[in-house]
Design a protein. Structure first.
Length: 577
């Protein structure tokens, strides 16, 4: 009896606690709703007064866009307001790459617009346009001082509609008049598939938009048909991400059903989800390497992180970008959209790889990085140690070699681009991308091409000397010292030709890449780059020549037991010893 009374009393207390919690939650929600309503009234009143009483005419849509953008700027770079007029561009960027156009990309130079790339087989290519052509007018509109965004909008349109172009070709005085019919342009997610030496497959995945997993599966199947694969390289470098569910499906191609791929959690509990593999993998056993770099982000990091955490692939390259946030798009009145960051995502080991802290900014107003002291350790499926808070660290780090100052200068001033345009006009054909190399004779011709070109170029030594000379002048050093610095400055300025010689192998590779694209398009450019790609070569060797190392990494043996340890962990370990 007493026992029953105690139970009854306990139940009453429990019920009372639940009621109090519900009341508190209701009160909190009520307070939030009041504040929202209050602030909306304030905003509406300010907007009305500005629209009615401001001294000059105002654009209502522009006012709202400015206000909303300013509000969202205090959150993170991924939460954005999309007006109805911009929805097509938004879908092209985040959902599907299909649009009505002619199949070309452009760039601005000296207030003019030039064709940068042609997509093979599309209208611009079939009409005879060439990389290096200047676009002068589109449908009668002058393009001087127009941005590439405006140019893109002018070139796009309804499928089967016509666009009239006025073209100026290099070294020709007369303008070309062309009328081209737009078609549906759709750039695939998978931009390149190849079977490399040693029986290693290669798949370049550029983005995770609709059908990306289907394209990867088709690529794997095609490679398997060519022969038994010894390994497969998935290239996610420069892949900025896309649709989370597509990333999960890509992982599922290599991982059996039932494995956790990614989970997401946010303030709104309805946004909490876990995503697992659900179907039979198409290549569950094939040795796998994943290439990443500092521009691999979001869905690309989900794939790399999941395959690393599940000890299914060796990650090669450079640390990834570190975007551990999930966005969702919501429809709002009058056909507008708002994309909102709704959650953080977590890899199978439980780590969130978000590298920037958007809740805090430094004295310059820039976002701060997650501090090393806040970074935590996690374990992969086989017990390897990995860390959160700083992107995906590769199992094998291979840094991409930075270009020399002279190469950067020539690229910046489009002189390598210009030479490739000239080269194409005087060479009808060249060998294929696997065998083509810029010869010493062709490189000498390139040097002669540069002789009458004015391009400001300062080596690191010259830059340091100029700074030293300025400091000496400010401190009023003796004239003889200043004269010696001036003489040295003149001597260094003559080193431009020496740098063209010293860096000729690097320049020949960059030059060859540009030339090959004029004959074999983007596919040829990628194939040509293989022989100069240290990260890809390391991954391929890992799958063919260093298979013991491959399995040692996945087993976490020796130095491979820990990946991406932060500096603070190193300091603590050293202090303990």
């Amino acid at each position: 009896m007493n026992h029953s009374k105690h139970l009854l009393g306990a139940n009453r207390v429990a019920i009372l606690v639940v009621i109090l919690l519900l009341f508190s939650a209701f009160a909190a929600v009520k307070d939030d709703l009041f504040l929202i309503s209050k602030n909306l009234d304030i905003f509406s009143a300010v907007y009305r007064q500005i629209s009615i009483n401001y001294v000059d005419e105002t654009d209502p849509d522009k006012l709202i866009k400015t206000a909303v953008d300013a509000m969202l700027d205090g959150l993170d770079p991924y939460t954005e307001y999309v007006q109805e007029a911009d929805i097509d561009d938004y879908k092209l960027k985040y959902v599907d790459t299909r649009y009505g156009g002619i199949g070309t990309t452009t760039f601005n130079r000296d207030r003019r617009v030039y064709i940068a790339e042609l997509y093979p087989g599309y209208p611009a290519d079939r009409a005879g346009l060439q990389v290096g052509d200047e676009l002068v007018r589109i449908d009668g509109n002058s393009l001087e001082n127009k941005s590439t965004t405006v140019i893109s909008q002018l070139l796009r349109g309804v499928e089967h509609s016509e666009v009239r172009l006025q073209i100026k070709r290099p070294q020709r005085d007369t303008l070309l008049e062309l009328s081209i019919t737009r078609e549906a342009i759709r750039q695939p997610n998978v931009s390149h598939i190849a079977l490399l030496d040693g029986g290693v497959g290669y798949i370049k995945l550029d983005k995770f938009l609709e059908r990306s997993a289907t394209e990867v599966e088709a690529a794997v199947t095609d490679l398997q048909k060519e022969g038994k694969l010894k390994g497969l390289v998935i290239d996610l470098r420069d892949n900025g991400g896309g649709i989370l569910q597509e990333a999960v499906r890509v992982v599922n191609l290599f991982v059996p059903p039932g494995e956790l791929v990614v989970s997401q959690r946010g303030k709104n509990t309805t946004k909490a989800n876990s995503y697992r593999t659900t179907v039979k993998a198409v290549a569950p056993e094939i040795p796998l390497a994943v290439l990443i770099n500092q521009h691999s982000a979001s869905a690309a990091e989900i794939v790399a992180g999941a395959l690393q955490d599940l000890d299914r692939a060796v990650v090669v390259g450079e640390r990834s970008f570190g975007k551990g946030l999930v966005q969702q798009t919501f429809h709002i009145p009058y056909n507008n959209l708002v994309k909102v960051t709704v959650a953080k995502y977590y890899t199978p080991s439980g780590r969130c790889i978000q590298a920037l802290d958007f809740a805090h900014r430094d004295d310059n107003g820039d976002y701060t990085h997650v501090s090393d002291s806040m970074i935590k350790a996690f374990n992969t499926k086989r017990g390897r140690v990995v860390y959160d808070g700083s992107g995906i660290h590769p199992d094998i780090t291979v840094k991409k070699k930075a270009y020399s100052p002279v190469t950067k200068t020539l690229l910046h001033h489009h002189l390598i681009f210009d030479y490739a345009t000239t080269f194409k006009q005087t060479h009808r054909q060249i060998p294929g991308p696997k065998s083509f190399e810029v010869s010493e004779t062709q490189y000498a011709d390139f040097i002669r091409f540069l002789e009458d070109k004015d391009y400001p170029y300062f080596s690191k030594t010259e830059t340091s000397l100029r700074q030293l000379k300025a400091l000496a002048e400010a401190e009023r050093k003796p004239d003889d010292i200043l004269q010696e610095l001036t003489m040295l400055e003149h001597q260094l300025s003559d080193s431009k030709q020496r740098d063209l010689f010293n860096h000729r192998e690097e320049l020949k590779a960059v030059l060859g890449n540009e030339i090959i694209s004029r004959y074999y398009y983007g596919q040829g450019r990628t194939t040509f780059s293989f022989k100069h790609d240290g990260q890809l070569q390391r991954a391929r060797a890992l799958l063919t020549l260093a298979t013991d190392e491959y399995y040692s990494i996945l087993a976490g043996e020796g130095k491979y037991n820990e990946i991406g340890r932060p500096e603070t962990f190193l300091a603590v370990a050293e202090a303990a010893n």
